[in-house]
Design a protein around this ligand. Structure first.
Ligand SMILES: [Cu+2]
Length: 137
């Protein structure tokens, strides 16, 4: 009697390939920075967490839990992507949210327009190719 490895592997892994899209939260607020216990605690506007890892098809939801408006602008070094900027929220007020669904794999640096110069309000979304996308080609 032959043992069908392929059948067993398929049975185990096919459900795992159906990865449901998810939403990941990032907070925008004045949060403590620096080294705990050293000097006076310092609060600066920033994104928390500053880096998120997601899969293609997932959504990032930024929520402003601070007191002043923030933006979510694709770009590095406080400079917006010149052409084809994927996302630019405009001012997100206190309590407001901005969402973007990433449909392409890659690294997407972003920043807050009014607070990038402070040096603290930058982030990166790292998007991995979804395992199922290999079957979509
Ligand atoms: Cu800001």
């Amino acid at each position: 009697m032959r043992f069908s490895t392929l059948a067993i592997v398929s049975t185990i892994f096919i459900p795992a390939l159906s990865v449901a899209a998810k939403t990941v939260d990032v907070v925008m607020a004045d949060l403590p920075v620096g080294f705990p216990g050293v000097g006076v605690p310092k609060f600066l506007p920033r994104f928390e967490p500053p880096t998120v890892d997601i899969n293609v098809g997932d959504t990032v939801r930024w929520t402003n839990k601070g007191t002043v408006p923030h933006t979510v602008d694709e770009g590095a070094d406080c400079t917006a992507v010149a052409n084809g900027q994927l996302f630019s929220s405009g001012p997100v007020p206190r309590g407001g949210t901005f969402e973007y669904t990433f449909n392409t794999a890659g690294e997407f640096p972003y920043f807050c327009l009014p607070h990038c110069a402070v040096g603290s309000m930058k982030g990166t979304v790292s998007v991995k190719a979804n395992p199922t996308s290999a079957n979509d080609a």
